[in-house]
Write a protein that binds this ligand. Sequence first.
Ligand code: PLP
Length: 381
Amino acid sequence: MTESVSPTAYLDHAATTPLHPEALAAMLPYLKEQYANPSGIYASARRARRAVDDAREQLASVLGCAPGEIVWTASGSEADNLAIHGVASTGHAVASAVEHKAVLAPLGALRGVVAPVLPDGRIDLGRLGELLDPSVRLVSVMAVNNEVGVIQPLREVVELVRARAPDALVHCDAVQAVPWLDITEWLAGCDLVSVSAHKFGGPKGVGALVVRARARALQPLMLGGGQERGLRPGTENVAGIVGAAVAAQIVAAERPATVARIGALRDHFVDTLMAAAPGLAESVPRALRVAGNAHLQLPDGVDGEELLLLCDAQGVCGSVGSACASGARQASHVLLAMGWTKARAREAVRFSLGATTTADEIDDAIAVVSSALCRLAPGAP
Ligand SMILES: Cc1ncc(COP(=O)(O)O)c(C=O)c1O
């Protein structure tokens, strides 16, 4: 028997989103007949160059920046690494404890400082203020957390940084924000912003770092050809870049309707499950999270991974926010930073909805998750 390719309910949009059909259609010519290298001087190469630059303008209009401020990268992780290694030197960077590993790992390599968060996952502004002084060169705080979906108080972060560390640049990992928030206003306050196409209906392997005027001294991670003003050498992924820009325009145009529809589906999903399963709770107040996030604290004694395995057997996809290191599952650094114990952090799951989520998927997921919760409830036969 072959396994079905499409899940019954794909609720892991924070991990990746399906490629939007219009993005795929726009990409295909550049994967087939229009294969020229955009650095060439002949007509087909110039067409490829124009496609990359048109895409740059389209993404810039969605993000509210100038086209010349966009540097295409090969992922959100690369954009984060470029922002941190390209600006900070040892000991002069600060980032929140709940950042993605693509921020925390380079921060660690520079022996940077981790700023604590409150139990609700938002950065502790008081403690951040204490960590800032004029020697700090970079402060990195994400827009939306990938596990618990919490929206960070970015405007307050920027104000604090400008007041206490006037020479510091502010980097914002906005990878999880694009589907849910109009980040143009926030972006105006930040100096460096990372995005990743596969989180908003674009292809995998395409990201961008917005580099604003204050960050113009940014240094490249790699040396090579002069692409992307020397900041990201390497032949551009023309098809991927074209697909990313199409997806960005669609997600921005449809965002208000998507947020309203998906927020209602998420609320129905969570409220129905909580009514059915005693001890099930939301990890963070709903008002602090983006519309697609359903991060749940499971009843005592119910392991998140076991729950997800039962759900997977019925075609429902979710995730636990923890990595496997040498076969041993580690507790989520995000939940630990929020003050959860290691044991409690294993009793949590993230379901994340996206623009393509349907009411039928949610109904199926409710049935599957609640029956899995019943099976795993302590004392269940
Ligand atoms: C907040 C955040 N930052 C960065 C990344 C990395 O993006 P990419 O998968 O494009 O490397 C992710 C992906 O999970 C993310 O959620």
